[in-house]
Design a protein around this ligand. Structure first.
Ligand SMILES: [Ca+2]
Ligand SMILES: [Ca+2]
Length: 359
């Protein structure tokens, strides 16, 4: 710091008084040049090795000093000089002191995220974090809350920008603590609920010029770390007899229902799936008869829920349930809603409804 500070005598504003035949008393203001950062409560004390100068008032103050500035002293030093001898300015030695600038803790910031999906990376961006002193910041990310069966971790927990991929659906809490080298900021929490992903979000990219079976192409729906269809028994789904049912779960008011449990009737080996935020569901099966279990729906909508099953995404190739071409649904377009088949469970006692998609 000392190399950024210099004090010069303000000769023009110095007042001198002759006090004896050879001695003069001088009240000398000085100018402080600061080529560094801002400083608080700067003061200086004068000393000298020259016996021709007697220091009567060695102290001078500057108050707070701005960065890159020249600041006049608020008072003077008082010296008595025997003018028979030379006293060059280099014989004025200054001890400069100032108070340390108090440090304030940094303020962490986490950029907002959109809807989180299991198996899809969530961006963790702390680049909006700030520090009043512009101290360089370090970052600590940690997972505070996760589903009981989750083992997902943050691959780079000290990066300013990183990602976290929830491995299970459910509630998560990610904590960020920023540090400026001295102090931690107030911890920030990012709470989100990882939903079942839309199949499009986790589907493997097709390989050009490679011909594959539908079953192999859609196995990601029930395999891997974040299957959309869970509990599928090994070898329960024959890849050459695979069909995909897509649908949307809505209540009587037309609002989508998420979390509705969907199974295939009398086929526990095909596991289950849940409707997503959009109410959509996707389930591969080897037959086209499905059932809806309403046990997870809100009581108010349980008996009035409406199931809409969309068109199959492929023919039931080798099954006996292949539909005649003349009855096939036309492809959906963006301007026309998909030709969903609708049914309504009106009987209050109905808990399970059998649905046979219309071809
Ligand atoms: Ca003084
Ligand atoms: Ca700071």
């Amino acid at each position: 710091m000392a190399d950024t500070l210099a004090i010069a005598l303000d000769i023009d504003n110095t007042v001198g008084t002759r006090i004896s035949r050879f001695e003069w008393r001088y009240l000398i203001p000085v100018m402080l040049t600061n080529s560094g950062e801002a400083l608080l409560n700067v003061r200086a004390t004068l000393s000298t090795p020259n016996p021709a100068m007697t220091i009567e008032d060695a102290d001078v103050s500057f108050g707070d000093v701005a960065a890159q500035s020249s600041t006049p002293s608020q008072d003077t030093v008082t010296v008595v000089i025997d003018r028979r001898y030379s006293v060059p300015e280099s014989d004025y030695l200054w001890d400069i002191q100032f108070d340390p600038i108090p440090n304030t803790a940094p303020t962490g910031h986490i950029a907002a995220i959109g809807t989180a999906y299991a198996g899809v990376a969530v961006p963790l961006d702390a680049s909006g974090s700030t520090d009043a002193e512009n101290d360089p910041l370090t970052y600590r990310w940690s997972v505070l809350i996760r589903p009981a069966d989750s083992i997902a971790t943050i691959p780079n927990p000290t990066a300013q920008v990183t990602t976290f991929t929830p491995d299970k659906t459910g509630a998560y809490r990610i904590r960020l603590v920023v540090n400026d080298g001295q102090l931690d900021g107030v911890p920030l929490d990012l709470d989100f609920n990882a939903e079942l992903p839309e199949p499009e979000a986790i589907a493997p990219a097709p390989v050009a010029s490679e011909v594959t079976l539908l079953g192999a192409d859609t196995a990601f729906l029930f395999e891997g770390d974040t299957p959309i269809q869970t509990g599928v028994a090994p070898d329960a789904i024959d890849e050459v007899r695979t069909a995909i049912i897509r649908g949307r779960i809505i209540d009587a008011a037309g609002q989508t229902l998420s979390g509705a449990r969907i199974t295939v009737l009398n086929h526990p080996e095909w596991g289950e799936t849940r409707s997503r935020l959009t109410g959509g569901s996707t389930s591969p099966s080897a037959a086209a008869r499905a059932s809806l279990s309403a046990s997870n729906w809100p009581a108010t909508s349980r008996h009035n829920a409406k199931c809409r099953l969309g068109p199959r995404t492929s023919p039931l190739s080798t099954t006996s349930r292949s539909c005649p071409a003349s009855r096939a649904e036309p492809p959906s377009t963006s301007s026309r809603p998909p030709p969903f088949m609708s049914f309504r469970a009106n009987r209050p006692s109905i808990r399970r409804a059998h649905v046979v998609p219309r071809c």
